[in-house]
Design a protein around this ligand. Structure first.
Ligand SMILES: CC(C)(COP(=O)(O)OP(=O)(O)OC[C@H]1O[C@@H](n2cnc3c(N)ncnc32)[C@H](O)[C@@H]1OP(=O)(O)O)[C@@H](O)C(=O)NCCC(=O)NCCS
Length: 228
């Protein structure tokens, strides 16, 4: 998502109310509530997605605050401590049941090299928005594609999302290219919808529906699996 929901200036609340660990199932999809207590570890051939930890703050600070990574996203925290606060916030939001954030790591190396975020856009998580940022050294390596498939499966199969939205600034060539490659559908352009460095940018609205994803059958249990 271009607009990361986390805003450091608003991060003054110690904890959010815990939502009931029961959620209405979206038709046709089993819904797990376990992710609110602890995110599952999602493992692919080269990528492992897991819960963020405070110890991820230094690597995320180094990798996600560069000009090329942050060019088209909401300003990331500006210090390691800011990332620590962001990570604590992600845990509170996950517990509240409105948001999940995975650290992206490579198999055999626990260093966080990026994040995938998923947030509820309507009560019950029927419609959700996702976003992602990866250290530029890992662009074009297949990390995004594999991690994205794991997260989209998580959203549809475990969270019960029905419609998954992503917004990418029209000028964000890689962001739009990555979503197109994944099979997302371009629904339109949200005119001047994202304020970045004092300028309102147009964004492309991309969506994936649960039924589209199921038909595409990207998910292959041979290539990836879920470890609880
Ligand atoms: C968005 C992001 C996670 C994608 O990861 P990635 O590894 O760069 O993505 P991929 O290389 O798998 O896919 C990008 C595709 O866009 C293509 N592309 C690159 N520049 C492009 C451009 N200007 N116009 C169109 N397509 C472009 C690439 O060629 C690639 O397609 P290919 O594999 O068929 O060659 C990563 O670029 C990133 O972290 N960017 C900064 C954060 C960000 O902008 N996040 C918000 C995204 S909405």
């Amino acid at each position: 998502m271009e607009k990361m929901p986390y805003r450091s200036e608003l991060d003054v609340t110690p904890a959010l109310a815990v939502a009931p660990h029961v959620q209405q199932a979206t038709i046709g999809y089993p819904v797990s509530s376990d992710w609110r207590q602890q995110l599952p570890v999602l493992a692919g051939a080269q990528v492992v997605l897991r819960e963020l930890r405070a110890a991820d703050a230094p690597s995320l600070f180094t990798l996600l605050t560069t000009e090329e990574v942050s060019r088209f996203i909401s300003p990331p925290p500006t210090t390691v401590e800011g990332f620590e606060r962001f990570i604590a916030w992600t845990h509170r939001q996950r517990t509240a049941g409105s948001y999940a954030c995975f650290a992206i790591t490579l198999k055999g190396d626990d260093t966080a090299i990026g994040i995938f975020q998923l947030r509820e856009l309507e009560a019950g998580f029927g419609t959700a928005e996702w976003g992602f940022a990866i250290g530029s050294a890992f662009w074009g390596t297949g990390v995004f594609q594999e991690g994205a498939e794991l997260v989209v499966n998580f959203a549809f199969d475990m969270v019960g999302v029905h419609r998954l939205e992503a917004r990418a600034a029209v000028r964000n060539g890689r962001g739009n290219g990555a979503l197109r490659k994944l099979g997302a559908v371009q629904e339109g352009v949200l005119r001047k919808s994202f304020l970045k460095n004092g300028e309102y940018l147009d964004q492309v609205l991309w969506t994936i529906l649960d039924e589209d994803w199921a038909a595409k059958a990207v998910w292959s249990p041979k290539e990836a699996n879920t470890i609880h």
